[in-house]
Structure formats: structure tokens, C-alpha cells
Design a protein around this ligand. Structure first.
Ligand code: T5A
Length: 209
């Protein structure tokens, strides 16, 4: 077996990332991968999960500056990369992560309209050129994704944003797909079985083994 790979799943809320993670895990197991580490962003470490609670908290009673949000995402990411992802890869485990830095580019760069040069500088100082081997981008319209997310009950601080925020976020994701060869798009608007079929095809064509 070749060296373990780092895979990421990206997309708007309700795109089906958690569901896709299970499909990918099952595929890798079937292929004989013995160790798979899964994680999510923000979160995945003690400090990261504390950050996750605070950034998603819809009851917070102060204005959250976009730059604060940006720095918290990178604080969580540094903890995850250094304490979980790199050690797992070093020990021979594959890693599958629900969201990674593309989320920051899309949500803080697109949604919040923070200057991409500012984000890139913080990115470089935080994780440098550490990049996943492959990222599956699950494309869905904000309307459809949010309707799925709403089906689960209370909306978090991000999910309460206006639809234009998610349109800007999606636009940035699509620009990333155009620019970055490690990002592979999947049509997440389809029925579960069809989305699963696309993911398996992407994995099969991914030159991972
Ligand atoms: N964020 C995160 C930033 O702003 N910057 C960053 O740098 C990072 C890392 C994290 C929030 O933080 C923001 C982005 C987010 O707003 P989260 O909970 O991790 O929040 O992410 P969400 O996208 O909110 O997670 P969701 O659970 O909503 O989305 P998923 O995982 O994509 O969707 P999933 O699989 O749970 O599915 C949602 C529902 O849809 C159904 C599922 O059964 C489920 O009920 N579903 C389908 N229904 C019909 N057809 C399909 N094909 C379906 N696929 C799934």
C-alpha cells in the first residue's frame, strides 16, 4: 500500500458532507485501508471543539468581527493539523476531514468578503503549503442545501446568514475548483444514491493507490 493520503470533503451546509464521509470510509475499507482517521473543521481537538462551539453559537450577544472569525478558524486548524492530521499520516493512517482551508477561502473570503491576500498571508503563516491530496467539493445551491439543513431543526450562527452570503461562498468554491487541480466537483443536488455513485467514481479515478 502506498503512503497514506489526506482527503477532504467541502461544500455548503446540507451538501451531504457527513454522509459522503461515511461513503469514503466504506470505500477505503473495501480497498484494504486498515487505518482511517476522520476529523472535522472547525473542531477535532479539545481546543478546536471549543472554538467550534463559539463560532457556531447563534445566541452570542456581541458582534463577531469577520477577522476574529477568520483567526479562530486558523487557530482550530493549526491545532488539528499539528496534533491529529500530521501525526496520523506519519503513523500510516489515511485521513478524511469534513472541511479544511477551502472553507475559510469560501466562507470568509467569499461570504464575508475578506481580502484574499489577507487570508493567504494568515494561511501561509499557519499551515504553509500543507495541502490535501484530494478534495471532493459537493456543489449545491444555497436554497437546496439550507432547506436540507433546516430539516434538522435549529439553525446555527452561519445558517442564519442571508442567502446572498451563501451565494458568494458558493461562487468562491467554484472559482477554487477552476483553479486547483486537487479539487474535484460532485453534483450534490441529486438523490443520495446518485451522489454516492459520483463519489465512488471520483475515488476510483483519483489515482489514490
Ligand atoms: N466554516 C467552517 C467557516 O466559515 N470557515 C471555515 O474555515 C470552516 C472550517 C461549520 C460551519 O463553519 C463554517 C461553515 C459552516 O457554516 P458544520 O456543521 O461543520 O458547520 O457544517 P455544515 O455544512 O453546517 O454541516 P451540515 O451537517 O449542515 O452539512 P453536511 O454535512 O454537508 O450535510 P449532511 O450530510 O449532514 O446532510 C444534511 C441533511 O441532508 C440530508 C441528510 O440526510 C441530512 O439530513 N441529505 C440529503 N437529502 C437528500 N438528498 C441528498 N443527496 C442528501 N444528502 C444529504
Amino acid at each position: 500500500m502506498d503512503k497514506p493520503k489526506f482527503l477532504v470533503i467541502e461544500g455548503l451546509e446540507g451538501a451531504g458532507k457527513s454522509t459522503a464521509l461515511e461513503t469514503i470510509k466504506a470505500y477505503l475499507t473495501e480497498k484494504g485501508v486498515k487505518s482511517i482517521t476522520t476529523c472535522r473543521e472547525p473542531g477535532g481537538t479539545l481546543m478546536g471543539e471549543a472554538i467550534r462551539s463559539i463560532v457556531k453559537d447563534q445566541t452570542i450577544e456581541e458582534k463577531v468581527d469577520s477577522r476574529t472569525e477568520l483567526l479562530l478558524m486558523y487557530a482550530s486548524r493549526i491545532q488539528l493539523v499539528e496534533n491529529i492530521i500530521k501525526p496520523a499520516l506519519d503513523e500510516g493512517s489515511w485521513v478524511v476531514c469534513d472541511r479544511f482551508f477551502y472553507s475559510t477561502f469560501a466562507y470568509q473570503g467569499g461570504g464575508r468578503s475578506i481580502d484574499m491576500d489577507v487570508i493567504q498571508n494568515i494561511h501561509n503563516a499557519s499551515i504553509g503549503d500543507f495541502t490535501p491530496d484530494m478534495t471532493i467539493y459537493m456543489d449545491i445551491s444555497p436554497e437546496q442545501g439550507l432547506a436540507r439543513a433546516a430539516g434538522r431543526g435549529e439553525l446555527d450562527r452561519f445558517e442564519q446568514e442571508k442567502v446572498d452570503f451563501f451565494k458568494r461562498t458558493r461562487q468562491l468554491y467554484l472559482e477554487l475548483v477552476d483553479k486547483r487541480s486537487e479539487m474535484v466537483p460532485v453534483d450534490a443536488s441529486l438523490k443520495l444514491k446518485e451522489v454516492e455513485g459520483q463519489i465512488l467514481k471520483v475515488m476510483e479515478n483519483g489515482d489514490l493507490f
